[in-house]
Design a protein around this ligand. Structure first.
Ligand SMILES: Cc1cc2nc3c(=O)[nH]c(=O)nc-3n(C[C@H](O)[C@H](O)[C@H](O)COP(=O)(O)OP(=O)(O)OC[C@H]3O[C@@H](n4cnc5c(N)ncnc54)[C@H](O)[C@@H]3O)c2cc1C
Length: 312
């Protein structure tokens, strides 16, 4: 895309949803411009853990189909160098005992940490988000897509830029649309050096706080917390200590790990993701926002559906 060329499509947002949708459209041959308030590294997407499936997506169709499509694509990306995606084996476990989940290898009782009564093994894509977002930007640029920085106050501003729009503003959709059903669900994490962990661990179900860790080559992301409606971006030191202690109780090797950073993200929650088209000032707009705690998991499935809705 040259500097003066009018884009076919303007996409709001450079988080995982906006970039993936922009790539899907640009690789179908459309001229795409992304408009964003913040750099990809400053989005909620940059602080996602990020595990792809199987328990973070909302239940039922169409979310299950979006998740399946994404798992397939991330599994392919795991064998492409430089994407930040890797397939890792790990346990998903509950404190209560329960029946085995069809299709998953149950944990033997000896596989479970103290205090856990059931669980299963799964091999899933884990996504190192800062690395992955850089990869998405490179892939978009390779398809001639362009990223422009700027704050939007209303989607009608973009209707003057391109005849097709996609709204991937995440939490920003609350004011931009406006959509009062969008709300923030705060998550806090601790990042530590990796003391040699290969496998992930996630406690289910997700209550306001749970034990979870996801290993990457040189660091481990520890979680998790979920506070509805809290938009405090400063890390809470007490919460950080609780996260550390919960994870150490499951994996004692984490006790020796040096803390690198504390991070907070606001999940863009909504009763269900919004994926639908409407006319805005003569432009066709597809909304693709409100993915809550599952935006990475749903990203490729939603991007493909958004692109199909946009281009008919
Ligand atoms: C702690 C934590 C852990 C998570 N773990 C996982 C996980 O393991 N697996 C998983 O699938 N998901 C996970 N998530 C959820 C995931 O991070 C989100 O669902 C996803 O990042 C949402 O992406 P998005 O692109 O919609 O929003 P964002 O990443 O927030 O991007 C929104 C974009 O819109 C732009 N924007 C907004 N308003 C405007 C405006 N008015 N003008 C211009 N630009 C605007 C912003 O600048 C930004 O570029 C986690 C989230 C958190 C917080």
């Amino acid at each position: 895309m040259t500097g003066t060329q009018r884009p076919d499509v303007a996409v709001v947002g450079a988080g995982v949803i906006g970039l993936t949708t922009a790539i899907e459209l640009a690789e179908r041959g459309l001229v795409v411009q992304v408009r964003t308030r913040s750099a990809p590294s400053q989005t909620t997407s940059a602080v996602a853990s990020a595990m792809v499936g199987p328990s973070v997506a909302p239940a039922g169709e169409p979310a299950a189909a979006w998740e399946r499509a994404s798992i397939e694509t991330f599994t392919t990306l795991a064998s492409v160098p430089g994407t930040g995606v890797a397939l890792r084996r790990g346990r998903l476990a509950a404190r209560a005992s329960g029946p085995p989940l069809p299709g998953f290898e149950p944990c033997a009782l000896g596989d479970l940490p103290e205090g856990f009564g059931s669980g299963f093994w799964a091999t899933l894509p884990l996504v190192d988000m800062p690395v992955y977002l850089d990869y998405l930007v490179r892939r978009l640029e390779a398809a001639d897509g362009r990223i422009e920085f700027g704050d939007l106050h209303h989607l009608t501003e973009l209707a003057e830029v391109a005849p097709l729009l996609v709204n991937c503003a995440g939490l920003g959709a609350r004011e931009l649309v406006p959509d009062p059903t969008v709300r923030a669900v705060r998550g806090q994490q601790v990042i530590v050096d990796n003391p040699g962990l290969e496998e992930f661990f996630v406690e289910a179900p997700f209550s306001p706080s749970w034990a979870a860790y996801w290993p990457y080559p040189d660091h481990v992301v520890l979680g998790g917390t979920r506070t509805d409606g809290d938009e405090t971006l400063d890390p809470d030191p007490d919460l950080a200590e609780q996260i550390l202690q919960r994870c150490i109780a499951v994996e004692p090797r984490l006790r020796q790990a040096t803390v690198r950073a504390h991070q907070v993200g606001l999940r863009p929650a909504r009763p269900a993701p919004r994926l639908e088209a409407e006319q805005i000032s003569g432009a066709r707009c597809v909304h693709n926002y409100g993915h809550g705690g599952g935006g990475v998991t749903l990203s490729w499935g939603c991007a493909r559906e958004a692109a199909s809705l946009l281009t008919g």
